[in-house]
Ligand binder design. Sequence first.
Ligand SMILES: C[S@@+](CC[C@H](N)C(=O)[O-])C[C@H]1O[C@@H](n2cnc3c(N)ncnc32)[C@H](O)[C@@H]1O
Length: 227
Amino acid sequence: MNQKIMNPRIAKFVKETQFHSPLRRYFFPRYAYNFTPPQLVFLCQCIEETRHADGVIAEVGCFDGSATVFLNKYMDAKGIDKDYFAIDTFSGFVAEDVRVEVDSRGKTKSMFAGFQSNKKKWFDGTMAQNNITRVRSIQADVNEFDLTSLKKLSFCLLDVDLYRPIKKSLGELYAILAPGGMIVVDDCDASHECWDGADQAYKEFMKDKNELPYIMHNKLGVIRKRS
Ligand SMILES: C[S@@+](CC[C@H](N)C(=O)[O-])C[C@H]1O[C@@H](n2cnc3c(N)ncnc32)[C@H](O)[C@@H]1O
């Protein structure tokens, strides 16, 4: 029920009941993002900086859409209208990516149980609930999906966490990156016990391109294609 039309005393009673409920965290505001505020601001700056670059925006690894909503609300507010593709398995990590982390990178399988509780339908519903219509979700394992089919890219947030899918994606994304475009790779933090594969894949890519790594806000690896 809409609290604005509820009797204030009843509304307060309902809220107090929710406060004492084990489900309290679902009723009261909580920070919903996988990025810190400075990191989100930086991602908005990237979208701003690439607004005149040709091509679409992609978020590769979008989980439940919290960053997707934030970035699309930024685009709405700033009058930036580009197609936005959101790609995910919508069921967490794939077995082969985890196998590489375990067999070649010294990790344990239990580190990678996250992000399974998800559905494309829920993601699409979240976009609709937030009146976002430009996002097209694609359910795919990026190892199997040809990212060059997106044709031309102005900005991409690559956020699939593990070495194998990032290594594979970077070549394809860079191939379709427009002059003046940017890719940001999340989790470029060599000290992180789970996600240091992102850092390795990013640094290998930069080395192949004869470029120095450029990491913002502790973990956002930046790749630019000069205009
Ligand atoms: C850290 S979450 C993304 C968070 C999201 N960008 C945000 O900020 O809200 C990582 C996502 O990558 C997805 N993912 C991991 N490996 C993948 C793969 N091989 N193909 C597609 N998606 C993958 C997972 O399902 C998970 O939803």
